[in-house]
Design a protein around this ligand. Structure first.
Ligand code: UD1
Length: 420
């Protein structure tokens, strides 16, 4: 089994380039199922999850070509009659559920294996289904599958989400593009990935307003066409490299970012005393004078992202004082804390809160990624731990970070991938 071997890396410097956003590209690929004609997607990161989505699109009748060098993906629906997404594929990636909206919209039926639990919590899809039902879809669950059927047409409606779920907002938004009449999603998620999806759909001919706010209005259209689209940069990957600079008290340039999408992170790092200076398409992160601890509460965008919680935890483990991290999005997102504690971190978990008491130093240890972002946090911890850290189960990391070891090596980090 592959592992990362990380050693103390006191002085990072240079520039690191952020790839296209995983959470955007997966949904945009799913949305290509709506197009009559070819879609060309640019800045597609070479990630395990992208390859799973390619397999899924192919199994649903799309012809897909992915040029890894050019980071360009071309996809076209050849057979629009397939409506079953198999367990073998959907089980490999939770985000697969977002094919349901496009399938219902264009093919009037979708039979998708129910996503199971995952290491960060139960992750139900009730809000997705509530939205579909409000649009007139008959939804039935049985034998591990969820089946949606539309008799006649879907009809626009007002849908209030009890929680601003990213996936539910995306799925309902895609389903509503071809429904008759107007759909209003209230308490919609406002994440930048929603805005990116809406801009892709709008180019395709959809009529959408309000994406990026809590109320999205979609006026159904007859059909959507194939288009070319460039995916936004990955704000979580950017944030992870920003924390790499901070934890090692270095100065690096993080290239290819949209600072507005990073506002919650920039503001927290500035509160910690880090100097952030935007320049061109990137920003300098200067922590050479050290950093102070901060308290964090994860929230839906524009609050602090849950996908950066673990990386900030790593940063706080070696920071003077006691600081609190509250996780409000996922019920079980502190699993990796035990791994940090094996490296000498002092963390007390009480329900959804973690109290982090800074220690002088961490010690290298053998640890395992429990999920994608946790794996990144363990690598960050390894950069400042004394001695060697071996991070196992790195397939989680490969799901969402493009060549993380090569990118970190390019700014002077002591990390290598060891095949085993
Ligand atoms: C997306 C991101 C993920 C990120 C998360 C929150 C993708 C592929 N993944 O996941 O990286 O951590 O947003 O920013 O974009 N919930 C329900 N019922 C539902 C749907 C969600 O109760 O029908 C709950 C979930 O269990 C969770 C919370 O809502 O506690 C947030 O989930 P959601 O916003 O839907 O996240 P995802 O779209 O799964």
């Amino acid at each position: 089994m592959d592992k990362f071997v990380v050693e103390t890396s006191p002085n990072l410097q240079g520039s690191i380039r952020v790839s296209g956003a995983k959470n955007s590209v997966l949904i945009i690929m799913a949305a290509s199922l709506l197009a009559e004609g070819e879609c060309v997607i640019e800045d597609v990161p070479n990630l395990l999850d992208v390859h799973v989505m390619i397999d899924l699109l192919r199994s649903l009748g799309s012809e897909v070509h992915y040029d890894i060098e050019k980071e360009q993906l071309t996809t076209k629906v050849i057979d629009p009659t397939i409506t079953d997404a198999s367990y073998e594929l959907t089980n490999r990636m939770r985000a697969s559920i977002v094919v349901m909206g496009p399938l219902l919209a264009r093919r009037k039926r979708a039979n998708v294996a129910l996503p199971g639990g995952c290491p960060i919590g139960a992750r139900p899809i009730d809000l997705h289904l509530k939205g579909f039902r409000r649009l007139g879809v008959n939804v039935e669950i049985g034998h591990g599958y969820v089946e949606g059927r539309v008799d006649g047409d879907m009809h626009g409606n007002t849908i209030y989400l009890d929680f601003p779920s990213v996936g539910a907002t995306e799925n309902i938004l895609m389903a509503a593009t071809l429904a008759k009449g107007t759909t209003i999603i209230e308490n919609a998620a406002q994440e930048p990935e929603i805005t990116d999806l809406a801009s892709f759909l709008t180019k395709m001919g959809a009529n959408i307003s309000g994406a990026g706010t809590s109320t999205i209005r979609i006026k159904g259209v007859e059909k959507l066409k194939g288009v070319r689209h460039q995916v936004i940069p990955d704000r979580i990957e950017a944030g992870t490299y920003m924390v790499a600079s901070v934890i090692t008290k270095s100065k690096i340039f993080v290239d290819n970012v949209l600072p507005t999408h990073l506002r919650p992170l920039i503001s927290k790092l500035e509160e910690a005393g880090v100097i952030i200076t935007p320049e061109g398409n990137g920003l300098y992160v200067d922590a050479r004078n050290g950093y102070k601890g901060v308290d964090i509460t994860t929230l839906p965008y524009p609050g602090f992202p849950t996908d950066m919680q673990a990386q900030f935890m790593a940063m706080l483990t070696v920071c003077e004082g006691v600081h609190r991290i509250r996780e409000t999005i996922f019920e079980n997102r502190f699993m990796y804390v035990n791994e940090l504690m094996r490296m000498g971190a002092k963390i007390n978990i009480d329900g959804s809160s973690a109290m982090v008491s800074g220690v002088n130093h961490l010690e290298g240890a053998q640890v395992k990624s429990t999920d994608l972002r946790a794996g990144a946090a363990l690598i960050l911890a390894g950069l400042v731990a004394k001695g060697k850290t071996e991070v196992f189960e790195i397939h989680h990391v490969d799901r969402g970070f493009v060549s993380i070891e090569k990118k970190l090596q390019s700014i002077g980090a002591n990390i290598k991938r060891v095949q085993g």
